[in-house]
Design a protein around this ligand. Structure first.
Ligand code: C5P
Length: 222
């Protein structure tokens, strides 16, 4: 993309996993590395944007010139994003937010007792859908990891979450996506002409990030 394609744009990006505590020493989480979100942050900075990362716990360095707010739970991620949305032009939800959290966070370490135990979980808020629905109306971009009917499921998410664009990837292929270096994706968006799409073949997360940022810049210009 052209350098300066996102000059003056304020971009907020969620990245990494969330952790939902069960007790003082345990949590529910996932294998998200944060690599895709951090690659997007670098690409947006290279395009001239000012970038705020809202990141769950990851083991990779914060990109130079990005501001990073570290969070743990989905609720904390939502709280920080709602604070930032008022001063945000483009919001990219790349975090692997836990869909559920333990209904009760035990104050004391849970002791083992019977052979079986059940956990009661409750739904977490949808960070992306909540931000996309905010009155500030940022240009909102989501990710969709699917194992089948990629286009159909991703278009459903685009609609339901009120997004401007969605980056869909097929996670039935283990060489791409979660925790891997590479990714491939189908970019889907709505514009004045109806639907648009761009198929991106397997490439590094840095290359994919550049393509996603370039497409956002293009859609913002028309
Ligand atoms: O519905 P699904 O989890 O597949 O949607 C994925 C997209 O929604 C991703 O962009 C993810 O960051 C975002 N999301 C979110 N908060 C949730 C669940 C998903 O922001 N609780």
């Amino acid at each position: 993309f052209e350098s300066g394609a996102l000059a003056g744009q304020r971009v907020v990006i969620t990245a990494g996993p969330t952790r939902e505590p069960l007790d003082p020493v345990r949590y529910i989480s996932n294998h998200s590395s944060g690599k895709m979100g951090y690659a997007l942050a670098r690409a947006a900075i290279d395009a001239g944007a000012s970038v705020q990362l809202v990141s769950g716990p990851v083991a990779i360095p914060v990109p130079e010139r990005a501001d990073c707010r570290s969070v743990t739970t989905a609720q904390e991620m939502l709280d920080v994003c709602m604070e930032l949305v008022e001063h945000c032009d483009i919001f990219i939800g790349c975090a692997a937010v836990a869909d559920y959290r333990p209904l009760i966070e035990s104050e004391q370490k849970i002791k083992k007792s019977s052979e079986e135990m059940s956990l009661k979980l409750t739904r977490n808020p949808d960070v992306l859908a909540t931000v996309a629905g905010h009155a500030a109306k940022p240009f909102s971009v989501g990710f969709a990891a699917e194992t089948e009917n990629l286009r159909e499921h991703a278009l459903g998410k685009l609609e339901r979450k009120g997004l401007s664009m969605i980056v869909a990837n097929d996670v039935s292929d283990s060489s791409i996506g979660f925790n891997s270096e590479n990714n491939a994706a189908l970019l889907l968006w709505r514009d004045a002409n109806g639907n648009g799409e761009l198929d991106v073949e397997q490439c590094s997360k840095d290359v994919l990030a550049g393509i996603v940022i370039a497409q956002i810049a293009k859609l913002r210009q028309v």
